[in-house]
Design a protein around this ligand. Structure first.
Ligand code: AMP
Ligand code: MG
Length: 417
């Protein structure tokens, strides 16, 4: 048996970052920037006003106060998006709106609240002059050209994961297309004579194929593109035909057929079509795992053979397929968010494997609590539906007592949903 870490290290050694592609900006959310991005403009492009008010020469209003205002002549008005034609000179002012470029000659903006504009309006006086009630330092309420981004500077580094704020920064530079790492295509194949497609009626002795759907959803959730290959029957010919359809994928994920049963032919087919290693991983659930390279035409495609039990396949996906997808996407942080919580239940770990127990985590008085979500059998898929985390019981830990502090790998964490 090998450890979870050894298995993961091996899986990761077979996958690499994929090539860049140009994507429309709105498709780049959550993706990894493939090149450094420099700006060829200043942002803001021109000095502009941070307030609605009057653009003035600071020197004209030195020493003014509400009791001794200075009256300036209004020579124009400028809104955001326009350039003032007039020039501010000593004794004059231009009415200016937030975001409007600072007119020539002005070096400060006095906000409306520090003028007598309200009073003049109330008295129905025409706005030909304005009383300034407060003095202003040079530069007051001015946002300088290039103060956010200066032309020629490095704005975002290759490797950055694009969040809404980076999308905004790219848009502010006028980039409508963004170089990002391509998404991996992940072929998903279910195997088993007992499986029926969810569109069909359910005959006696059969079960619906649920793994394809939970696994494909996991692929999508972590940024891959699922390619559904359907169901392969438990015979070598059927399986080979299906597996060949994974030819243009970046990763093949199969479920079931990797244990020691007579009909577990996945391992035989894989051995024929490539190099494969079978592992028993020291974890529960999810012990049997196949991993290798499939030789399809000229390509060698990494293949992860997950166990068939619905809970096992999902948990093994989280531990091994998720990091592989993240690595191909160019991401660097593969660890799932993990928290410390107090266990609300007792748990025994008899066979010294790493246990991933399904729990519901809640927070009370600033402390996390983890409650086991009922039967923990690896076929009980509703336990996954009730859980929002996986309590990790280390290999050498034989019991977890009520109230003991445990690590919980969170299945749901805001940034992933
Ligand atoms: P196996 O690894 O083939 O022995 O399968 C282990 C268990 O998982 C059996 O009870 C299978 O019926 C079940 N199983 C295998 N594949 C699927 C699937 N695609 N959807 C739901 N259950 C499955
Ligand atoms: Mg089977």
């Amino acid at each position: 048996m090998i450890s979870v870490e050894e298995a993961l290290e091996k899986v990761l050694s077979y996958v690499d970052v994929l090539e860049p592609e140009n994507e429309p900006i709105l498709n780049s959310l959550g993706r990894v920037l493939a090149e450094d991005v420099y700006s060829d403009i200043n942002i803001p492009p021109l000095d502009n006003s941070a307030m609605d008010g009057y653009a003035v020469q600071a020197e004209s209003i030195e020493g003014v106060s509400p009791s001794s205002p200075r009256i300036l002549r209004i020579i124009g008005e400028v809104a955001a998006g326009y350039i003032a034609r007039e020039e501010v000179t000593p004794g004059t002012a231009i009415r200016i709106m937030t975001g409007a470029p600072i007119p020539k000659g002005a070096n400060a903006v006095v906000q409306f609240e520090n003028t007598d504009e309200e009073k003049r309006k109330a008295a129905k006086k025409p706005l030909t002059e304005i009383g300034i009630l407060r003095q202003a330092a040079k530069g007051l309420n001015i946002r300088w050209a290039g103060e956010d981004i200066s032309s020629g500077s490095l704005v975002l580094k290759a490797g950055t994961v694009l969040r809404p704020q980076e999308i905004g920064v790219l848009a502010s530079l006028g980039k409508d297309v963004v170089p990002v790492i391509r998404r991996p295509v992940v072929a998903v194949l279910a195997t088993g004579d007992e499986l029926v497609d969810i569109k069909e009626p359910l005959p006696p002795g059969k079960i619906y194929n649920s793994n394809t759907y939970s696994l494909a959803a996991q692929v999508s959730r972590y940024g891959g593109v699922p390619k559904i290959l359907g169901i392969a029957r438990d015979n070598i010919k059927a399986l080979e035909d299906k597996i060949k359809q994974a030819r243009d994928a970046d990763l093949l994920i199969t479920s079931a057929g990797v244990s020691v049963g007579e009909y577990d032919v996945v391992k035989d087919v894989l051995a024929r079509l490539g190099e494969v290693t079978f592992w028993t991983v020291r974890m529960k659930p999810g012990k049997p795992l196949a991993f290798g390279l499939l030789h399809l035409g000229k390509r060698k495609i990494p293949h992860l053979g997950l166990p068939g039990n619905p809970v096992s396949s999902m948990i093994a996906f989280e531990q091994f397929a998720r990091p592989a997808i993240l690595k191909m996407l160019g991401k660097k942080d593969f660890a799932k968010p993990t928290i410390k919580a107090k266990s609300e239940g007792r748990l025994e770990n008899k066979d010294r494997r790493r246990v991933f127990a399904r729990v519901r985590v809640t927070k009370r008085d600033g402390q996390y609590f983890a409650r086991l979500v009922g039967p923990q059998g690896s076929g009980i898929l509703t336990s996954m539906a009730q859980a929002n985390g996986l309590m990790i019981v280390p290999e050498d830990k034989l019991t977890i007592e009520v109230g003991e502090e445990v690590q919980v790998q969170m299945l749901d964490w805001n940034e992933e949903t």
